[in-house]
Design a binder for this molecule. Structure first.
Ligand code: PAF
Length: 295
């Protein structure tokens, strides 16, 4: 299909806000019965340019675009993180409308979970390490909400950002387990001018922390050169020590992993499924930031 500029698109179409599951099912079924392809962009709101880049891609590749805005409680293993997660519905809707989205799906928690979701997914090794190890239950919660959204929308394609590199691997595993017939599209990380990976959590940084936080990407980028003449272990040490040397910063983990299995590598030569990926989680003050780089 021919891509249309978002401004023009939003002039001729008004975005629908749907809050009920049945209404969304009905709306999408209508589009599909006309042979339309449907792109889904799952989000937790507090939208930034990174999300909009996913929307733009979805709009260019599908006849209809649905964006879900839902802070999913089952993927939070920390009550304070859930309570303080930014919620900016009005601003989100304005951005989605301007980006030419057809439907914003903004359900309540009761609408999505009329009963507690007790499903336990066998997500295997990709979910057991890094975020999976640090945030028990997190990926099961992600699998619960994403599988629900896939069942409701039955999208042709679904779009996810590579900042959450491990999450994409987990979602692919869930898709395989559940037998969903759709394409998972991974989209590059969007960065601020100073290199900080865009994240809804960045708004929680103080001015001083915001100034320091780009050290995460700066160090990862520098480590790619460093890696050419150092062992994998030395490269990990370099990244951890460098980031930790800055005020406010504390690395929770830095792992250099196989891009498919997410398992930590001991040596550069052990990478058999493509370029190794370095995945970092670091606290900047109380804000937990993640990023990654391909070697
Ligand atoms: O990446 C996120 O924002 C969330 O984990 C997702 C995929 C929208 C599920 O709640």
């Amino acid at each position: 299909m021919v891509a249309m500029a978002p401004a023009l698109y939003s002039l001729i179409r008004k975005m629908e806000i749907i809050r009920k599951v049945d209404e969304l099912r009905h709306r999408v079924a209508g589009a599909k019965s006309e042979g339309k392809s449907v792109g889904l962009v799952p989000t937790m709101g507090a939208l930034h340019a990174g999300h909009i880049s996913l929307v733009d891609r979805a709009r260019n590749e599908n006849d209809m675009v649905v964006v879900s805005v839902f802070v999913n409680p089952t993927q939070f293993n920390n009550a304070e993180d859930l309570a303080t997660y930014p919620r900016t519905e009005e601003a989100d809707c304005a951005k989605l409308e301007a980006a030419g989205v057809d439907v914003a799906f903004i359900p309540s928690v009761d609408e999505v979970y009329p009963e507690p979701d007790t499903r336990q997914f066998d997500l295997g090794e990709v979910a057991a390490v890094m975020e999976g190890a640090m945030r028990p239950g997190h990926f099961n919660g992600v699998a619960q909400i994403v599988s629900k959204l896939f069942s409701i929308v039955e999208p042709t394609r679904a779009y996810f950002g590579e900042k959450d590199f491990q999450q994409i691997a987990v979602i692919r595993r869930m898709v395989e387990l559940e037998g969903f017939n759709l394409e998972i599209v991974d989209c590059p990380i969007c960065r601020e001018d100073d290199g900080l990976a865009m994240s809804s959590r960045n708004t929680r940084l103080t001015a001083g922390q915001r100034e320091v936080a780009p050290v995460i990407h700066r160090t990862l980028a520098a480590s790619v050169d460093w890696a050419k003449t150092h062992t994998l272990e030395q490269t990990k040490r370099f990244v951890i020590d460098e980031i930790n040397s800055f005020p406010h910063m504390e690395v929770e983990y830095y792992e250099i992993v196989d891009p498919l299995t997410m398992q930590s590598l001991d040596n550069w030569e052990d990478a058999v499924n493509g370029h190794p990926v370095g995945c970092v989680t670091a606290y900047c003050g109380k804000v937990r930031l993640i990023d990654n780089i391909r070697y």
